[in-house]
Write a protein that binds this ligand. Structure first.
Ligand code: DGP
Length: 115
């Protein structure tokens, strides 16, 4: 838990957000500032800040995030049309929340790679 982390606060119910799904590894919310008709955030329960140096448990959480993202894409009805999974890491990627998360974007043509 990082005391100033928005996603830790959402996880703990200190900031309201409707979790579309929650399990022992991760939870899913809609992005507050959606860039596509479907824009979900898949967030690990543990406060992972970067990919290097993951513990074995955190590696399992990262795997679970991708698995959950695939399942949520199907639930949101974009598995057939396609979707994009994005991790923003650091300043050059405009990361705003330092708690690892996957953006799941879909529901419209998303353009070329990462645009
Ligand atoms: P990133 O730039 O990759 O760190 O994206 C963080 C995303 O988190 C950003 O698209 C907006 C979203 N976000 C920030 N605060 C909240 C919040 O309180 N609720 C929800 N649902 N999303 C949030």
């Amino acid at each position: 838990m990082a005391s100033d982390c928005i996603f830790c606060k959402i996880r703990d119910g200190e900031i309201p957000a409707d979790a579309l799904r929650r399990d022992e590894r991760c939870f899913v919310i809609r992005d507050i500032n959606p860039r596509a008709p479907v824009h979900l955030l898949v967030i690990p329960n543990s406060h992972i800040t970067s990919l290097p140096g993951l513990t074995p448990d955190e590696r399992e959480a990262v795997g679970a995030m991708f698995s959950t993202a695939g399942e949520m894409a199907a639930i949101e009805g974009v598995d057939g049309s396609g979707y994009r999974l994005v991790v923003n890491q650091g300043r050059d990627a405009d990361q705003s929340v330092s708690h690892l998360h996957l953006h799941l974007l879909g529901g419209k043509p998303l353009g070329g790679m990462c645009s």
